[in-house]
Write a protein that binds this ligand. Structure first.
Ligand SMILES: [Zn+2]
Length: 55
């Protein structure tokens, strides 16, 4: 276990995302107060992009 980038470190301690109230995904950024998935906290409508396929 010595090859590659260590995935565990200081980064693992801090949780940046918690379950979103609106979409339920673990994408709500605590520091920003914005959901990375649906845009909760930033926009009242669902965050959607044409390039982002929902399925
Ligand atoms: Zn969300």
């Amino acid at each position: 276990m010595s090859k590659g980038t260590p995935s565990k470190g200081k980064h693992a301690n801090r949780k940046t995302h918690v379950p979103c109230r609106r979409c339920g995904k673990n994408a709500f950024n605590i520091r920003k107060g914005i959901c990375a998935s649906c845009g909760y906290g930033k926009t009242t409508t669902l965050r959607t992009y044409s390039w982002a396929k929902t399925h």
